[in-house]
Design a protein around this ligand. Structure first.
Ligand SMILES: Nc1nc2c(c(=O)[nH]1)N[C@H]1C(S)=C(S)[C@@H](COP(=O)(O)OP(=O)(O)OC[C@H]3O[C@@H](n4cnc5c(N)ncnc54)[C@H](O)[C@@H]3O)O[C@H]1N2
Ligand code: MOO
Length: 408
């Protein structure tokens, strides 16, 4: 009997990157309001300086810093006010030594001024004299020309994922449209004679479909367009036909179930029957997720994920997300936090082991404890906040050890 090959996760990722190196996503130009979480397709350079003029960061009096040295409540400096800067207006005012000028927060600093004293440290006396009760250093309370963004500087590199603050910066430079990668199109099939749709009645021996839904929403979370979802019986012809249909509109097809070596496990044959090169990985040295299949047909990716709901989602997160990020050129690491293990966790060497864990705060420490269960129990994942990785050759982790928890 043909046995599963057992590539390590690292080897599988390298292979995935190599095989799908040509599978580039198309690019589109969209409004920045639609671009949240989109991946920037080319370096974006600043088109202007921000700010474009020296700007006060407080309400107060623009001064020549030297004129305020040593000033305090007990021993103030007295400066002559030469006027006021209006918000949103340019000013021609210029300070001479011994002079000051009122500026609102965000207002333009008059010529020769190099500091602003906050209004609460000043008092206006008669004859436009202002009593200054606090000293300021040069550049204090001023946002300098180009200090935030300087024209020509690369502000977002190709591959950057846009967040709300990034969208704000683009708007601040007058860039209202950006070139980003189009979303990858993903379709999902669950196979199994026992699987019924969630809204249908189950007979004894049948189960309601979880995987189509958990995988579709995982793909949405990865900013994919979900093109199709279907449940198919364990039938080679029917599965082949459904995969082919979905390949017409999708970049990636996910099949859950039928990935193992049972007589009814037809996913591998269905992928191979569609075309070359077909399946190039069957079996990973990971737990859960051992009977994973990966194939390439019609220059697109087809994954055969294990049917067990936890295994399907873990393989999705460790491999499918990896491919999607690669298509985007998104090199951001998987977010993790570190914490201290509350118990020993055993692991059989030979497979990289992903252990679902809970995180809590105890005595100002982050503590990590395993959530027990089997890969058929999806609630094991709903009770978890992430997973801890035990390397292939490690026999386990020890209580008190600091571990990385990859969050999901
Ligand atoms: N002789 C061997 N048997 C098994 C091996 C092996 O290496 N040798 N591997 C085991 C591991 S590990 C896993 S994981 C499973 C994966 O098998 P399949 O991918 O073929 O999955 P199925 O047999 O179709 O289903 C497994 C399990 O999950 C339930 N399931 C399937 N699809 C769904 C769905 N859409 N929603 C909810 N639950 C689903 C299904 O009813 C089964 O209970 O193989 C082991 N066996
Ligand atoms: O290793 Mo399988 O993928 O969990 O039960």
């Amino acid at each position: 009997m043909e046995l599963l090959s057992t590539l390590t996760m690292k080897e599988a990722r390298e292979k995935l990157k190599e095989v799908f190196a040509e599978l580039a996503l198309p690019v589109e130009e969209i409004s920045i309001l639609k671009a949240l979480s989109c991946i920037v397709h080319e370096d974006i350079k600043a088109t202007i300086n921000v700010p474009e003029f020296n700007r006060s960061t407080v309400d107060g009096y623009a001064v020549i810093a030297k004129d305020t040295y040593g000033a305090s409540e007990a021993l103030p400096s007295f400066l002559k006010s030469i006027g006021e800067v209006a918000m949103g207006k340019s000013t021609e005012l210029a300070l001479q030594s011994g002079e000051c000028c009122y500026v609102p927060t965000g207002g333009m600093i008059p010529k020769n001024s190099d500091g602003v004293v906050m209004i609460e440290y000043t008092e206006v006396l008669e004859d436009n004299t202002v009593c200054i009760q606090n000293a300021v250093a040069p550049k204090e309370n001023i946002l300098q020309f180009g200090e935030d963004i300087s024209k020509g500087q690369v502000i977002f590199k190709k591959g950057h994922k846009l967040r709300p603050q990034d969208i704000g910066v683009l708007a601040g430079m007058g860039i209202t449209r950006v070139k980003v990668y189009k979303k990858p199109r993903v379709s999902i099939i669950s196979t199994g004679d026992e699987i019924v749709a969630p809204e249908e009645e189950v007979k004894l021996g049948q189960i309601k479909d979880m995987n189509t839904y958990s995988l579709a929403t995982a793909a949405l979370q990865d900013r994919c367009d979900v093109m199709g979802m279907a449940v198919v019986k364990d039938d080679l012809g029917a599965l082949k036909k459904k995969i082919e249909d979905f390949l017409e509109t999708s970049d990636i097809v996910l099949v859950s179930g039928g990935s193992s070596m049972g007589t009814k496990d037809v996913t591998k044959d269905a992928i191979n029957a569609i075309g070359d090169p077909g399946v190039f990985i069957h079996g990973l040295a990971v737990k859960p997720g051992k009977p994973t299949i990966i194939g390439k047909v019609k220059n697109k990716a087809v994954f055969g994920l294990p049917g067990q709901p936890v295994s399907a989602l873990v393989v999705y997160q460790t491999l499918v997300t990896y491919l999607i990020k690669n298509l985007y050129g998104d090199e951001s690491p998987v977010p993790y936090i570190t914490g201290e293990l509350t118990v020993n966790i055993a692991s059989a060497p030979g497979r990289e082991h992903y252990v679902m864990v809970k995180i809590s705060e105890d005595d100002k420490k982050i503590v990590v404890s395993p959530v027990h269960g089997k890969s058929g129990m999806l609630t094991m994942m709903t009770k978890s906040m992430g997973y801890v990785k035990i390397d292939t050759n490690q026999e386990g982790l020890l209580k008190g050890e600091n571990v990385k928890v990859y969050l999901f």
